[in-house]
Ligand binder design. Structure first.
Ligand SMILES: Cc1ncc(COP(=O)(O)O)c(C=O)c1O
Length: 442
């Protein structure tokens, strides 16, 4: 079968005249995958199947919508619930009761938490959490590790040193437009470095409102590491915020912090919680969450019904399907199958991270890394598969898809292996190498 990618790339080129940067989300920019060739737009998405503007029928082996569609695209159960909410009215002057039901459901899943607030995105949820922590403590400074969204409180760290965010998932984020007065309010630390975080607390502890981090992204915490941060937060009266926006529900029911047995004061959720409908959640202890009333945290569309309805239907299905066990199984199967095929062609790859939330790494010379991963994306695309380095399996990814991908991976890694051997990787690319961080595009 021949695949032609014209309409999508052409619309994206057009889009850049009207939308700065071309898209609303950095991680959906075609330049992050295959510049000038990535299909960019979809007409229809169901399960792990995607139909693009050129009517190419593709199987998605990437992140199922940047980690949102944990059950697969257009899940029947979630869609049935949402469609009925659309017919019953997605908005009214009165509130929808589902927000109370979801708040209770989240507190039931997380017995350490008493109350919940909701937003429409993960970054907003973090910003609300940080506001609540600042309100509850009367302090301003935030210690953080990892990526937590686009908002001022976070980007402010690059006012102190433009490289502060370089090792936190998205390098190259410039703080232009962030008030210089916020300089010094966000202090970064690196994951699993106990000495560094102790130093941050020793230096800033009594001024810290919150410590913000994911319990884990790609590596497990060292024994005692999260407990140490909990202890430091207690000692200095700092609100501990676990960001579960991307990790939650994949590795266990509720979030990684429940698996590791370390309870924060606030946890935030987004993405997979509502399977493709907009919802961000903030849950926390009453003693901290009550402080929300001393500030103004309020937005019209945070009351919209579809996110709540989708959230309830998604969490019910996640529980029913024992999702994390399936994702661990299918993730492991895909990863080991692909690794074996790559190795058979002399291509050194490994997957970093948890089976349900991982990233493919090519163990080649640094200057070849992005060329090789772009070639991987290109060769898979022209064989009908969306594939890139991040790999987040979903419930709709089945054995049959891995079986279909195996002969494709065999051809793709054969090409890469030969290219590596003859040092001709660059000449095999139909376009330039993909970007790995933020770049100005128009
Ligand atoms: C850990 C984490 N926190 C926050 C965010 C921001 O969420 P959103 O893109 O929904 O604003 C992300 C997004 O990738 C994330 O991975």
């Amino acid at each position: 079968m021949t695949f032609v990618f014209e309409k999508g790339p052409s619309l994206y080129k057009h889009a850049k005249n009207f939308i700065p940067g071309g898209t609303q989300l950095l991680s959906k920019r075609p330049e992050m995958f295959l510049p000038d060739l990535w299909p960019a737009y979809y007409k229809k998405a169901k399960g792990v199947e995607v139909w693009d503007l050129d009517d190419n029928h593709l199987i998605d082996m990437t992140t199922a919508g940047i980690g949102t569609c944990i059950l697969g695209y257009a899940d029947d159960d979630v869609n049935t619930a949402v469609k009925s909410a659309v017919d019953e009215g997605s908005m009214a002057t009165l509130n929808c009761p589902e927000e109370v039901e979801l708040a209770e459901l989240l507190c039931d899943i997380h017995p350490w938490a008493d109350m919940a607030r909701f937003t429409r995105s993960g970054g907003e949820a973090l910003t609300v959490a940080v506001r609540i922590a600042r309100c509850a403590t009367g302090r301003e400074r935030i210690a953080f590790c990892g990526y937590h969204g686009w908002h001022d409180w976070y980007l402010a760290t690059n006012l102190s040193d433009g490289k502060n965010l370089s090792s936190h998932l998205l390098p190259g984020l410039a703080p232009h437009g962030v008030p210089k007065g916020l300089k010094g309010t966000a202090v970064p630390f690196h994951y699993n470095d106990e000495v560094e975080v102790e130093k941050v607390f020793a230096e800033h502890g009594s001024e810290l409102a919150a410590v913000v981090m994911e319990p884990s992204r790609y590596t497990n915490p060292k024994p005692g590491y999260l407990e140490k941060i909990r202890e430091l937060a207690n000692k200095y009266g700092v609100v501990m915020i676990f960001d579960e926006v991307t990790a939650a529900w994949r590795m266990n029911m509720g979030g990684l912090h429940l698996k590791y047995g370390v309870h924060p004061d606030i946890a935030t959720f987004g993405k997979g919680t509502s399977n493709g409908f907009a919802l961000g959640s903030i849950i926390g202890k009453r003693s901290v969450m009550d402080a929300a009333q001393n500030s103004f945290i309020s937005s019209t569309y945070w009351t919209e019904r579809l996110g709540f309805v989708a959230g309830i239907a998604t969490l019910q299905k996640i529980r029913r399907e024992n999702l994390h066990e399936y994702l661990n199984h299918i993730g492991e199967k895909a990863r080991s199958t692909i690794t074996e095929i790559a190795q058979s062609h002399g291509v050194p790859i490994k997957y970093l991270g948890h089976n349900p939330l991982s990233v493919l790494s090519f163990d080649v010379e640094d200057e070849l890394k992005s060329l090789v991963s772009t070639l991987y994306t290109q060769e898979c695309l022209f064989r009908g598969f969306l594939a890139s380095k991040p790999f987040y399996p979903c419930l709709a990814l089945k054995d049959e898809h891995i079986a279909k991908f195996s002969p494709v991976a065999d051809e793709v890694f054969k090409t890469i292996g030969a290219g590596l051997k003859s040092r001709t990787i660059e000449s095999l690319l139909k376009t330039r190498a993909a970007d790995s961080g933020f770049k100005r595009l128009n």
